[in-house]
Design a protein around this ligand. Sequence first.
Ligand code: B16
Ligand code: MG
Length: 218
Amino acid sequence: MIRKGFIFDLDGVIVDTAKYHFLAWKKLANSIGVDFTEVQNERLKGISRVKSLEKILAWGNKEISETQFSQLMALKNEDYLNYIEHMDASEILPDVPRVLNFLKTQNQPIALGSASKNARTILEQVNLKSHFDSIVDGNDVSKAKPDPEVFLIAAQLLNIAPENCIVFEDSVAGVEAANVAKMISIGIGDASILGHADYVFKDFTQISNQFINNLINR
Ligand code: B16
Ligand code: MG
């Protein structure tokens, strides 16, 4: 049997948590007199929490103390977790369960590779945690995407060579990380943004079982 490693990003691939990040960041930015738009939110996709706050402060020309930085980080996450608490399986993006179940029937190892420190909580909320053989998230890495660390650790845990791994990613930084790791990158989203991926699909409804089979056997 041929075994490949299938690595999934979380936000924007399995669930759309970007809308909750947006609400929490907007509330926080406005509370310190800084504007925050949906366009800016797009630019935070796949970016770590620390880097996100640094960017928001830079866009707003705002300088704060280290203590206030930590306080704001904690506040943002508290607010974000209030949204996560209400998530359920209905928020899983279309056809993700079909692809995960198909991989299972083909005995293919599956991992999560996310920048989020809340990834495990979110997978539990939407009842998908048991589908993953390994989970690597923001708590397990020291270098954020586009550094390939998160995906290389996932490959190691699955015991599959990086060149035999396939990554599903919605962010520019994530696709870059997969490419640097020498993995097959599959962009989920807009081809004009994710043109550096090996393949791009609008969403999982466009990815057939036949395509997955071809990935397994290539
Ligand atoms: P947290 P992913 C990323 O998730 C999000 O896209 C990004 O917007 C967020 O800042 C980052 O996780 C950290 O999330 O605050 O929960 O640790 O796309 O890598 O699954
Ligand atoms: Mg993502």
